[in-house]
Write a protein that binds this ligand. Structure first.
Ligand SMILES: [Zn+2]
Ligand SMILES: [Zn+2]
Length: 335
């Protein structure tokens, strides 16, 4: 592989569109009131580091008597690392409460805050006790965004080996889903010229010069909607209505900022908002804007864009990312 010249831009792209970026909550198995919150593009490697199975990194969870750590939850679907880091900072705030009820309550508050609400994040729970506590919802914080997906697959009892197995399965499922969609998209684009369903102009991903436009392709089964991403932006904006959720959002934000004094970062920028969701013009199912954008950028990477070699394995998107994209959060230890 040629030196830095060709790696540089790819690194940049991998950074701006990570295949996966998640915030995770660890709980010490021997000391159940001790938690760690971090963020990473690779939860499997990270968990192994926290438990000392991999030597490097994760020094804060090294302290004697607290290992093994169990990953009880992951919040994912962030559009970028910065957004994920904000979750880490807020949830580790000292005023955020110490019990697992508090931790999960804060996750609910965050999901309701306008800044995060628009991202339609996903929550994966790995542990049956955490699942019960999540359902109990001790502080009565109901999620205002129906699109937030809570996944109870891979739930296990507290056990170090079962936990790592669940996290591995979770990661594998993410990769397989992306792989499946990208294969479908790639086939669609390379089969021949397409027309943008919104503006009717040609979308050509088979020509030899590599100035490919960003495209929005529907990711629902048996739908072959394709359009320019820019055309879809207009379409989404027209469809988006200011929903009544606003009041619920404001209340949630108020509560959040009272509890945790980092209100400024969860404020929504005024005007010119990025779209959130809309019905697919072809199949009428809901499309999440952040997912469309993410796949749009990934398609160009797997097809080869701007003179760069195509990325053949999705793992490659992360390959060079590694440790420096992990975030070491504060640790809460209780003896
Ligand atoms: Zn168009
Ligand atoms: Zn569709």
């Amino acid at each position: 592989m040629p030196p830095s010249g060709s790696q540089g831009p790819r690194k940049k792209l991998a950074h701006s569109v990570p295949k996966f970026y998640g915030c995770y909550l660890l709980r010490s198995i021997p000391k159940q009131n001790s938690f760690y919150i971090g963020s990473t593009p690779d939860p499997v490697r990270r968990l192994r580091q926290h438990n000392g199975e991999l030597k490097a990194g994760a020094y804060k969870t090294k302290r004697k008597g607290f290992r093994p750590w169990e990953m009880i939850m992951i919040v994912h679907g962030f559009p970028n690392k910065i957004a994920a880091l904000q979750v880490t900072r807020i949830t580790t705030s000292k005023t955020a409460g110490r019990s697992v009820h508090h931790k999960l309550g804060n996750v609910r508050l965050l999901l309701n805050a306008p800044f995060f609400n628009r991202m339609n994040l996903k929550v994966q729970i790995f542990n049956s006790e955490t699942y019960k506590i999540w359902c109990t919802n001790k502080f009565g914080i109901n999620l205002s965004n129906q699109l937030i997906h809570i996944d109870y697959n891979n739930i296990q009892e507290t056990d170090e080996d079962l936990n790592i197995e669940s996290v591995v399965n979770f990661k594998q499922a993410q990769i397989e889903n992306d792989q499946k969609l990208l294969t479908k998209f790639k086939e669609m684009l390379q089969y021949g010229e397409k027309s943008c369903i919104v503006c009717d102009k040609t979308i050509d991903y088979i020509k030899t010069d590599t100035d490919y436009p960003l495209v929005g392709i529907c990711y629902h089964d048996s739908c072959d909607h394709i359009s320019h991403l820019s055309c879809l932006t207009t379409y989404f904006r027209e469809q988006e209505t200011e929903i009544d959720e606003k009041t619920a959002d404001e209340i949630a934000l108020q509560r959040l900022s009272q509890r945790i004094k980092i209100s400024e970062i969860t404020k929504l920028p005024k005007g010119n908002l990025i779209p959130q969701k809309a019905k697919c013009p072809s199949c009428d199912k809901t499309l999440i804007w952040s997912s469309l954008v993410r796949y749009s950028t990934m398609i160009r990477l797997v097809i080869g864009y701007d003179g760069k070699e195509p990325i053949t394995e999705l793992e490659e998107l992360e390959g060079e990312v590694n440790d420096k994209y992990d975030d070491e959060a504060e640790l809460e230890l209780t003896q």
